[in-house]
Design a protein around this ligand. Structure first.
Ligand code: NDP
Length: 608
């Protein structure tokens, strides 16, 4: 591989042996590769279905709906809220959001574990701040504030009026006679909608690790997305988990959720055992309250869109160097950009640029590993907490108390070196042949990602020729812009893939989709049409464009340690190739989409 001008160095200035680090990365990946990939995880059905129960809101009985609405939206998270808001702004009075949780919020409804917080800066992560006139309290908002903001959006735009909570869609079918969708739910609803939009979220179906014996455990257990405060004490705003003072607790998993929960558990439990299969990279958080005076100075009309565009440009290397957010997400991108720009002309090749980016990554990861040594007192624990992969191989984490939590008496890292927990017994867990007896097991084991869209959604959609969405997408997703599917008129899918695919700030994708959908619905209604559908040719042309994508770089690479970013290390074939965004990048996509939408032509869609 070509080398960039200045070789990468450690924080102490010594050179990094790149070959040795690359070798170590591959060794650590190989330890974790397993043939069963996504199939290793357990679905929460049958005897495990109890893990899905909603601990936060009780179910309210109601009469089934049998009416008609202009727009039905499945999912009451950010996707439904921002699309609903844009539709209301466009004058669509009846927008019905159907949500399986007991309120709006989506991921922020479910994830109320202690310490839950967003890793993306609140000024760009929390949608519609300008419209609702809200100033976040912190650079990185905590979960209760984000949930409250979801409720604020719901109230501000009148989305509560027609919402159906604790309602799961079971089936959706196109009625060609009436040019409308028929929606059936688990509450006996059978209602119709002229338009149907779906924003069911990428990470909302909790999964359990594939560890034998889970049902045999006789103590207490729950998944982090259904936190049992009745058992632990405390509350989502961070009150101490006082009921755990005499409890031995096991936490399985060390992803982004665990990193935030561990500091709270460490102080509260009699003994805390954190079972780690793969360490997360944990960079600096540096959270701070937002200063109202400073906020007033930046919050001039159009401010949030400027910030969104700046973050996206900085993240994707398309910026002019100005970085408004300045954080861990933009830091690596800034470093890569600086290295690439400093390359001499003869090294300004694809290989030269990749080498420069890898050098920036080596330095970043050495800093993150050096931070572990600087904070964690016990050398063996520190060694176990070091992440040996490129920063974007797995979801990067940011925290200033996580590593220090391992210095507390009673907090133990059980580093299984890639093997994970062997089995669960009546009394506890077995790892590396040793049994750990505990009172409670908390599963911080994440959510289904690599499974089929319709399996995760919990329902299938039958389009105009009787073909279901799962049949249509059997070999991978096919859309225009990630939103429109041929054969499925008046349907909008709201999610990032095949659009901008910007995963460091998902709401930016959703905000733009909401704007687009509102413009299309308005156009259909204003022109007296009944149906809008993407043509087969336009969909095919978009898919072909996506297939020219150079690949997702580090994210999704088979060289990475397995995880949901790379389909657990398994080649997903065409599905993976289609699981990309606009080849020219997120910033270019948003510019393109803006032009496509504002022209009023909606090229590729037919209206009839
Ligand atoms: P993850 O999927 O990221 O983590 C699951 C954890 O469970 C991993 O550490 C995994 O190990 C571990 N695990 C799986 N199987 C076993 C096993 N058999 N034995 C031991 N450990 C096992 O889930 P999270 O809930 O942490 O996060 C999901 C996503 O949600 C994040 O990636 C992020 O996108 C989002 N999130 C965002 C937050 C934010 O913005 N602040 C906060 C929390 C979550 P391994 O790595 O080896 O697979």
């Amino acid at each position: 591989m070509t080398t960039s001008t200045r070789g990468p160095v450690r924080p102490d200035g010594t050179p990094i042996d790149k070959e040795a680090v690359r070798r170590k990365y591959l060794e650590e990946r190989d330890k974790r590769l397993r043939a069963d990939g996504n199939d290793q995880y357990l679905r929460l059905t049958g005897e495990l279905a109890g893990y899905l129960a909603d601990p936060y809101t009780s179910r309210v009985e109601r009469e089934p709906k049998t009416d008609h609405v202009t727009v039905a939206f499945i999912g009451g998270g950010f996707a439904g809220l921002v699309t609903g808001a844009r539709l209301k702004e466009a004058g669509i009075a009846d927008v019905r959001i159907v949500e399986k949780g007991g309120d709006f919020g989506g991921t922020w409804y479910w994830n109320r574990y202690p310490g839950a917080q967003c890793d993306t800066a609140s000024l760009i992560y929390m949608p519609l701040l300008e419209e609702t006139g809200h100033m976040p309290t912190e650079k990185y908002a905590h979960a209760p504030e984000i949930l409250e903001h979801c409720q604020r959006i719901g109230k501000h735009f009148g989305l509560y009026d027609d919402a159906l909570f604790h309602t799961e869609v079971e089936d959706v079918e196109w009625d060609p006679e009436g040019s409308r969708w028929v929606v059936r739910t688990d509450r006996g609803d059978v209602f119709t909608a002229t338009f149907l939009a779906m924003g069911t979220g990428p990470l909302h179906v909790p999964k359990l690790p594939g560890i034998p014996g889970i049902p045999s455990f006789r103590g207490h257990s729950f998944h982090t997305s259904r936190w049992d405060y009745a058992y632990t004490g405390g509350d989502p705003s961070g009150a101490p988990l006082e009921n755990l003072a005499d409890k031995r607790v096991a936490l399985i998993g060390t992803g982004a959720t665990s990193v935030q929960a561990v500091p709270h558990l460490a102080g509260a439990c009699a003994e805390l055992y954190v079972f780690q299969r793969t360490p997360s990279s944990v960079d600096v958080r540096a959270n701070a309250p937002l200063d109202p005076e400073w906020f007033a100075s930046i919050a001039t009309p159009g401010w949030q869109r400027r910030w969104l565009e700046n973050f996206t440009a900085t993240q994707t290397g398309a910026g002019d160097g100005e970085d408004l957010v300045m954080d861990g997400w933009t830091d690596l991108a800034r470093r890569m950009r600086e290295r690439v720009l400093s390359l001499p002309p003869e090294q300004q090749t694809l290989a030269g640029m990749q080498a420069a980016m890898e050098d920036a990554d080596f330095e970043k990861m050495e800093e993150i590993r050096a931070r572990v040594d600087a904070v964690v007192a016990d050398p063996a624990t520190a060694e176990g907490l070091k992440a040996w992969y490129r920063q974007l191989c797995k979801r990067p984490c940011f925290h200033d108390e996580y590593l220090d939590a391992y210095n507390r008496p009673g907090t133990h890292l059980v580093h299984t070196d890639g093997k994970g927990v062997e089995r669960i017994t009546e009394n506890g867990l077995v790892a590396d042949g040793r049994e750990y007896e505990v009172d409670c097991i908390i599963y911080a084991s994440g959510f289904e990602v690599g499974t089929e869209y319709t399996r995760r959604a919990g329902y299938d959609v039958t389009g105009k020729d009787g073909v279901t969405l799962s049949e249509r997408w059997a070999d991978g997703m096919r859309t225009l812009h990630g939103t429109h599917v041929h054969g499925f008129p008046n349907l909008f899918v709201v999610q990032p893939t095949q659009g901008a695919n910007l995963i460091s700030n998902v709401p930016h994708n959703l905000t733009e989709s909401g704007r687009t959908i509102a413009a299309i619905v308005r156009h259909v209604l204003d022109t007296g049409s009944c149906e809008v559908e993407v043509t087969a040719e336009a969909e095919q042309a978009w898919v072909e464009l996506l297939l020219t994508h150079p690949g997702r770089g580090v994210i999704g690479s088979p060289d990475c340690t397995p995880g949901y970013y790379n389909n657990e290390g398994q080649d997903a074939g065409l599905r993976a190739k289609l699981n990309v965004g606009y080849p020219a990048g997120a910033a270019a996509y948003f510019t393109y989409l803006d032009g496509w939408r504002s022209s009023g032509e909606f090229e590729g869609l037919t209206f009839r």
